[in-house]
Design a protein around this ligand. Structure first.
Ligand code: IPD
Ligand code: CA
Ligand code: CA
Ligand code: CA
Length: 274
């Protein structure tokens, strides 16, 4: 891979994320046009759609041979398929529920994968002006400053992020809540903030020690995975096995030891693949 290619991908990702940031910031304090997708808590706004359309059109113009996976395009029927071809994986607004409520923990997430590996990652929260970036093998950064994970090894001293939601499948909800109870009773406590990509960035910058969730999609984790790994963290399936970003299960931690402590107590279930 020529380093000039990587630079071009990286610059394009940062530029388009900043452009997306203008659209997100613009819509943030206004009344939103909200539609329901799957259920009353699965929402999409005109901003989600406008950002995804703009990001895809802009990147397609520069990289006409590249492929794309984007949350709202998949919702509209596009294929969600990761091949060896360069593929931009885009979550136009991660933390849509936060965006709807003007809770300032929301971002755009863009990851470029080549040969099924993340090469370039950008997560941008335009409300708090936090730009997280990574290139494979070159470290992770927040607004240009290097970041690293806490390195915490002990669950009893860890702050662990997860998300708790109300979903139609009660059996799965019970497992998620019972997992959370185990983590709460054995750690410093939980944090549920409403954006998978920013949760991963929080682990990357050492503000939290771990994050796990079942039910995520490729676009939730495609950028965060590289940012956490480049910050010295570990990203796996929730079982501790290598992650398959299509498999909808994530564990990201500040150390292998903390990963083991969590996989030992977390119960798993399967989610349908996209
Ligand atoms: C969601 C957020 C949320 C997580 C959900 C995701 P969206 O993404 O990341 O924190 O719990 O699993 O679907 O819908 O806001 O892009
Ligand atoms: Ca969504
Ligand atoms: Ca998301
Ligand atoms: Ca989204």
């Amino acid at each position: 891979m020529a380093s000039s290619d990587v630079e071009k991908w990286y610059q394009a990702a940062v530029d388009v994320a900043k452009e997306a940031g203008v659209i997100i910031r613009d819509g943030f304090y206004k009344a939103k046009k909200v539609e329901m997708k799957g259920n009353p808590r699965d929402l999409v706004t005109e901003t989600d759609k406008a950002v995804e359309d703009m990001v895809m059109a802009t990147l397609h113009k520069t990289f006409p041979d590249h492929k794309f996976i984007g949350e709202e395009s998949v919702a509209a029927g596009a294929k969600c398929e990761l091949t060896d071809a360069p593929t931009w994986i885009i979550d136009p607004v991660d933390g849509t529920m936060n965006f709807v409520h003007s809770f300032p923990y929301t971002c755009i997430s863009i990851g470029l994968w080549v040969d099924k590996e993340a090469r370039v990652a950008v997560v941008f929260n335009p409300i708090l002006d936090q730009l997280y970036t990574a290139k494979k093998g070159e470290g992770a950064y927040l607004n240009g400053q290097p970041i690293k994970v806490s390195g915490q090894k002990e669950l009893s001293k860890s702050l662990v992020m997860t998300e708790l939601w109300c979903r139609p499948d009660e059996k799965k909800m019970k497992i998620a809540y019972s997992n959370a109870m185990k983590v709460i009773s054995q750690s410093h406590g939980p944090r549920c903030m409403g954006s998978a990509a920013l949760n991963m960035c929080q682990v990357a910058q050492g503000g939290a020690d771990g994050y796990y969730e079942i039910g995520l999609h490729a676009w939730d984790v495609a950028a965060g995975k590289l940012i956490v790994e480049e910050a010295g963290g570990v990203v796996t399936d929730i079982t501790g096995a290598p992650i398959d970003i299509m498999n909808r299960r994530l564990l990201c931690v500040s150390s292998p030891e903390l990963g083991k402590a969590l996989t030992d107590i977390l119960e798993i279930y399967e989610e349908e693949r996209d």
